[in-house]
Design a protein around this ligand. Structure first.
Ligand SMILES: *Cc1c(COP(=O)(O)O)cnc(C)c1O
Length: 385
């Protein structure tokens, strides 16, 4: 491989995608700016209707971020002080942070070593009289193992809130994620599969009662104007984001297919180069539609950080999602967890590495990623021999 002609491979190419839809986005923004209604209003209502249809949910409520979505969902179920919510320890911070923000206590469980999603077998022993909900996360774009989680929720009368922030469009045995529990929470943060240019989020539900509560909660618990039944939040969605997302909704299915094709290609090239002997590729569970927000490989913890440094030096971006489990975070020290308590999650945090993944990634770029991995790993293996 000639170093001189090396092309940069970004983790995610938001600018490239923007250039392709720029005219449509600007037109949509202009429409909203001239309408005089820049928060909620008809643009958000239309977006909610369009996205609910695509997600096969009865209702969708736009809000300020994915974190708002989780907070609103918990609050809609009246979960708060004294309650416990079971969540995986291997996820983005917001899953736990929002639980704490409502006054409830996150109760962590370990993950499945192949999918990195919550291990249903770990849940039952964590259920107490205070448990109100289970919040599975569909990490990296693949659904958690929902059927056993549903069975436990039914058995103990618990609610399910899905953290679907990374998984727009994913499916669990033909059912859209976001509709498998009482409430589904989505994020439109720029790097998510469906992302805006700023912060926005969404809650989905099939319950008319929860829908009504969510709509009120996002505007300070106000209904009608200036009459407050309970203390809500300012979790409103900007109309500008709804307009941008409505443009992106036209393309999202194609982009998802491109991600899936890129994932398939990575899996093939890594094998062609014999690299599958030294690294673990993502496990795609039969029957689940994985939307590849991330393509995450796993290498020995002895080599992971060295490999990440090597890739970055060669202008191949990569990222570690997530280098420290939630039960080990300083801010959760008071919860009393110990290092070693969730060995599978802790091992994952030492061995995972996300490779560049975006719909427009070219085969040439992927080849370069694989070449860089090969350069590093063959040198390491030779040194060890
Ligand atoms: C991004 C993300 C969130 C939070 O979404 P924001 O829009 O950034 O608030 C929550 N959970 C998971 C798993 C995420 O990846």
């Amino acid at each position: 491989m000639s170093q001189g002609s090396a092309i940069d491979v970004p983790l995610c190419d938001l600018n490239g995608q923007y250039k392709r839809i720029e005219a449509e986005v600007l037109e949509a923004l202009s429409r909203v700016l001239s309408s005089g209604q820049s928060i909620l209003g008809p643009e958000v209502a239309t977006f909610e209707k369009e996205i609910a249809e695509r997600l096969e949910a009865r209702y969708a409520v736009g809000c300020g971020s994915g974190s708002d979505a989780i907070s609103l969902a918990l609050h809609a179920l009246e979960i708060g002080a004294g309650d416990e919510v079971i969540i995986p320890t291997f996820t983005f911070f917001a899953t736990a942070g929002c639980v704490v923000r409502t006054g409830a206590t996150p109760v962590f469980v370990d993950i499945d070593p192949n999918t990195y999603n919550m291990d249903p077998a770990e849940i039952e022993s964590k259920i107490t009289s205070r448990t109100r909900a289970i919040m599975p996360v569909h990490l990296y774009g693949q659904s958690a193992d929902m059927e056993p989680i549903q069975m436990l929720a039914d058995k103990y009368g618990l609610e399910i809130i899905e953290d679907a922030a990374q998984a727009y469009g994913a499916e669990y045995h033909g059912r859209k994620i976001g509709t498998l529990g009482a409430l589904g929470c989505f994020s439109f943060y720029p790097s998510k599969n469906l992302g805006t240019y700023g912060d926005a989020g969404l809650v989905t539900t099939d319950s008319e009662k929860l829908y009504a509560r969510l709509k009120t909660l996002r505007v300070h618990g106000m209904e009608p104007k200036y009459y407050h039944h309970f203390v809500g939040w300012n979790a409103r969605m900007d109309a500008l984001h709804a307009a941008i997302l409505r443009v992106k909704l036209k393309y999202i299915d194609g982009w998802t297919s491109q991600r899936q094709a890129a994932a398939k290609n990575y899996t093939a090239i890594l094998e062609e180069k014999g690299l599958h002997r030294w690294l673990q590729r993502p496990t795609q569970v039969p029957g689940l539609k994985h939307v590849y927000n991330q393509y995450v490989i796993r290498v020995s913890p002895m080599m992971r950080d060295g490999l990440a440094d090597h890739l970055k030096k060669n202008k191949v971006s990569c990222e570690i999602y997530y280098p420290l489990c939630l039960h080990q975070q300083k801010c959760f020290e008071n919860l009393g967890y110990k290092k070693g308590q969730f060995p599978i999650s802790e091992e994952a945090s030492r061995s995972v590495l996300a490779l560049p993944m975006f719909p427009e990634i070219t085969a040439e770029q992927q080849e370069r990623v694989a070449d860089s991995i090969q350069n590093y790993l063959t040198r390491q293996v030779r040194l060890a021999a």
